[in-house]
Ligand binder design. Structure first.
Ligand code: HSE
Length: 407
């Protein structure tokens, strides 16, 4: 029997308990021995809930119990999760987590501590909710040099954008629903400002490229500036809007970015709706692969966490190799990256299109009948720096959205 402890009885922690209870027999079979939850650490008590008999309030009870071989950290946030994780690894216990904030910040260090002690620090649930993506990157796509990852990596924002586009919901109502379903972070700013997707693409890129991609170096825009008017333009163009997180390796240069993009209906990410996530991976010998599934929520996330518990139970005194060195990747400034843009400007095409064309060259005009005093256009391919200079010169830009180009 393998005794485990769960740190945190919130959405994911209670999901982990539920998954282990529901699938107890098959999980134990797959792990090769019975998995038993001995402790659940939480500040709160849960009177009347059967979990209460396992609740402890002091982490030292877990740390000092030699029977505990696996610690499941599902508390979220950097502290005290970082200290507890380090202490558990130092005490000879493997750790698995859904904590993307902690993994993005200290993943390389914690994996190294685990490696030298023949333990494991696994984090399948940190990216893409229930979608297997960390394990495929570590064990299945190892024949490849991965040169692109593009993902819809945040369920909350994808849910909000889908509701706004398909049902005409407003931003606040859709966010509230995402919170009710347990998709959103405690502070949903992390979702809607793109920080959560940023941390996830940093984790995936670090594993894919084998060196540390610092999330603080990644240019990040969220979805808070996307309006109903933007959506009218997207629809008129036959496109949708998605918050994309991507990283690319071109030669020896690395690019990474998180921002809303307009996608064509022939884009493989176009139909990824609601809370679903998808991760598109390009390898130099594989070509394209895409991973798709439930991207957030209690049970999908818990499913990924428990898969790590099983893997750790199967490898109790053996480190599962993966590559994420602490050497930092130097990201190239995005100002040279090139793409087309949808631009909304104040004015009327009859009087103002000429000025637009003088600055932007050939553009495609888009007029939305219900919007007066403004019009839109799509540009030719421009670098970010060129776009910014032209937009500043024009001086009448209301908003702009990048248009994704499928390579
Ligand atoms: N808040 C996250 C999301 C949870 O919406 O994707 C899953 O990591």
């Amino acid at each position: 029997m393998v005794q485990i402890a769960v740190l945190g009885y919130g959405t994911v922690g209670s999901g982990v308990v539920e998954v282990i209870n529901t699938n107890h027999t098959s999980i134990s079979k797959k792990a090769g021995q019975e998995i038993n939850i001995k402790y659940v650490l939480d500040l709160r008590d849960f009177p009347g809930d059967p979990i209460q008999e396992k609740i402890v309030h002091d982490f030292n009870v877990i740390l000092n119990d030699p029977e505990i071989k696996i610690v499941v950290e599902v508390m979220g946030g950097v502290e005290p999760a970082y200290t507890y994780t380090k202490q558990a690894l130092m005490a000879g216990k493997s750790v698995c987590t859904s904590n993307k904030e902690l993994v993005a910040r200290h993943g390389a260090e914690l994996m190294e501590i685990a490696r030298v002690r023949n333990l494991n620090y696994l984090f399948e649930a940190s990216c893409g909710g229930g979608i297997p993506i960390i394990r495929p990157l570590n064990s299945s796509l190892t024949a490849d040099e991965i040169d692109e990852i593009t993902g819809i990596l945040n369920g909350t924002t994808n849910y909000i954008l889908t509701k706004m586009i398909q049902d005409g919901s407003d931003f606040e109502t859709a966010l509230r629903q995402a919170q009710e379903y347990g998709y959103a972070e405690r502070n949903p700013e992390a979702d809607v400002e793109g920080y959560d997707a940023c941390r996830k693409i940093a984790i995936l890129s670090s594993l894919a490229f084998g060196e540390h991609v610092d999330y603080e170096d990644i240019y990040t825009e969220g979805i808070t500036k996307i309006t109903k008017e933007d959506i009218l333009y997207a629809k008129k163009l036959g496109k949708t809007i998605k918050l994309l997180a991507y990283s690319r390796k071109i030669g020896q240069s690395f690019y990474a970015m998180v921002a809303p993009f307009l996608l064509d209906d022939n884009d493989p990410l176009y139909s990824v709706n609601g809370v679903f996530n998808a991760i598109f991976v390009h390898g130099n010998v594989l070509g394209d692969a895409m991973f798709y599934g439930s991207g957030a929520g209690k049970l999908p996330t818990a499913s990924a966490v428990v898969s790590d518990v099983i893997d750790e139970a199967k490898h109790l005194n053996r480190n599962i190799m993966s590559f994420w060195s602490s050497t930092k990747v130097q990201l190239t400034d995005i100002s040279n990256s090139q793409r087309r843009f949808l631009v909304r400007v104040k004015g009327n095409p009859e009087t103002d299109l000429k000025n637009v064309e003088e600055i932007f060259g050939t553009v495609k005009l888009i007029k939305i009948p219900e919007l007066t005093g403004e019009f839109g256009f799509t540009t030719e391919v421009l670098s970010e720096a060129e776009y910014n200079a032209k937009a500043e010169k024009l001086g009448t830009v209301i908003s702009r959205i990048r248009i994704r180009h499928v390579h």
